[in-house]
Design a protein around this ligand. Structure first.
Ligand code: TMP
Ligand code: MG
Length: 313
C-alpha cells in the first residue's frame, strides 16, 4: 500500500528519501561532485569532534603554491612563487629560459604517478638547487620584489579572504609551509591584505647583503618532499602550540601530508587539492588525503569545514 502526503502530492517513501538526502551531510559542501572521500562518515565524525573541542584547540597548516593559490584561471595556468620570478623582467632572458626549461623537465617528474617518492626525491633536490643557483647569479634586488609581485598574475583561490579573515577573527594560528620563495609568498599575501598577525610562514627565504642584493638562501632548503624534516626542525614552533592538538591540513602534493609531523595531534583532517593529472593520481590521493577536492579553484571546501569546526554551521 502506497501512503501519500496529500498537501505535497508525494508518496511518503519518496518524501523520506528526499529528507534523508537533504539531512545526510552536516556540511553540504562535502556533497559536491568535486569532493571525494574514502571514508565520509569518519571524516564527519572527526570534524564534529574538532567542533566540540572548539577553535582554541585548532591550528591550520597549509601549503602555499597551488593550495592557497589557484592552479588555473580562465584556462591559463597561474604562477607559483618561483614562476612569479621566472616571468619577471628583473631576471635576464637567459635565466628565465633556463628556469622554464628546468620546469618543463622536472614538473612532469614531480606529478608522475608512476614514480615513487624515493625516485623523485634526488631529482627534486636537483631542481630546487639549480633554480636557486640561477636566482643567486641574477643579483636580485630586494626593493624590486614588491613591484615584481604587483605585475604578476598571482592569484589566491576564490574565497581566500573569508578563509584568512575567519582564522584571524577566531584567533586560530595559520602556518603556511611552502617550498616556494618566502619573500614572494609574503608579498602575495600582503598585497591581498591577508597577512594577519596569526599567519606564520616556513619557506625558502632569500638572504640579501648590506646593499639589498640576493647573495644566498637562508637555512635548510625546503623542497616538496622534505617538509617532514622541516616540521621536525621547527618543533619549537609546534611546542608553543601544544594546547592546539587539532589540525586542519591543506595541500596539493602528497609530500604536503607530512607538514604536521611536528605536532602531537589529537584529531587531524587533511584536505588535498587534486589539480592536475587527475585520473592518474586520483586513487593515491583518495588513499592519502581525508578529503580530495578535484579541479576546484575555490576555498569553498576548506571554508565549509573550518566554519563547521569553529561555529558548528
Ligand atoms: P609549495 O610547496 O608551496 O607548493 O611549492 C612548490 C611548488 O613550486 C611545486 O609544485 C613546484 C613549483 N616550482 C616551480 O613552479 N618552479 C620552480 O622553479 C621550482 C623549483 C618549483
Ligand atoms: Mg603546492
Amino acid at each position: 500500500m502506497l501512503y501519500h502526503i496529500p498537501w505535497i502530492n508525494m508518496p511518503v517513501r519518496t518524501a523520506i528519501a528526499i529528507w534523508h538526502q537533504l539531512t545526510k551531510y552536516e556540511i553540504p559542501d562535502l556533497a559536491k561532485s568535486s569532493v571525494l572521500m574514502r571514508d565520509r562518515s569518519r571524516v564527519e565524525e572527526t570534524i564534529q569532534a574538532m567542533h566540540r573541542a572548539g577553535p582554541s584547540t585548532l591550528q591550520v597548516i597549509s601549503d602555499f603554491d597551488m593550495t592557497l593559490t589557484r592552479f588555473a584561471h580562465n584556462g591559463r595556468r597561474c604562477p607559483t612563487t618561483h614562476n612569479i620570478l621566472d616571468n619577471s623582467l628583473i631576471l635576464s632572458e637567459d635565466c628565465r629560459n633556463q628556469m622554464r626549461q628546468l620546469l618543463n623537465t622536472y614538473y612532469p617528474i614531480e606529478i608522475d604517478a608512476a614514480r615513487t617518492v624515493k625516485e623523485k626525491l634526488p631529482l627534486m633536490v636537483e631542481w630546487w638547487t639549480k633554480v636557486h643557483e640561477l636566482l643567486i647569479q641574477q643579483k636580485i634586488r630586494k626593493d624590486l620584489l614588491s613591484q615584481v609581485v604587483k605585475e604578476s598574475s598571482a592569484m589566491l583561490r576564490e574565497g581566500y579572504k573569508g578563509f584568512f579573515d575567519h582564522l584571524q577573527e577566531q584567533h586560530v594560528p595559520l602556518l603556511i609551509f611552502s617550498a616556494g620563495v618566502g619573500d614572494i609568498l609574503e608579498e602575495v599575501i600582503r598585497q591581498n591584505q591577508v597577512f594577519h598577525p596569526n599567519v606564520h610562514i616556513m619557506s625558502n627565504y632569500m638572504d640579501f647583503d648590506d646593499c639589498g642584493i640576493l647573495q644566498s638562501f637562508k637555512g635548510q632548503l625546503i623542497h616538496i618532499f622534505n617538509k617532514r624534516e622541516g616540521a621536525l626542525l621547527h618543533t619549537a614552533h609546534f611546542l608553543e602550540l601544544r594546547d592546539r592538538p587539532n589540525v586542519l591540513l591543506l595541500g596539493d602534493s602528497l609530500g604536503d601530508l607530512t607538514m604536521a609531523d611536528g605536532v602531537a595531534t589529537q584529531h587531524i583532517v587533511t584536505i588535498g587539492f587534486l589539480n592536475d593529472q587527475v585520473e592518474e593520481r586520483k586513487e593515491s590521493y583518495i588513499n592519502s588525503y581525508d578529503i580530495v577536492v578535484v579541479k576546484d579553484e575555490t576555498m569553498d571546501v576548506p571554508n565549509a569545514v573550518l566554519n563547521y569546526i569553529t561555529t558548528g554551521k
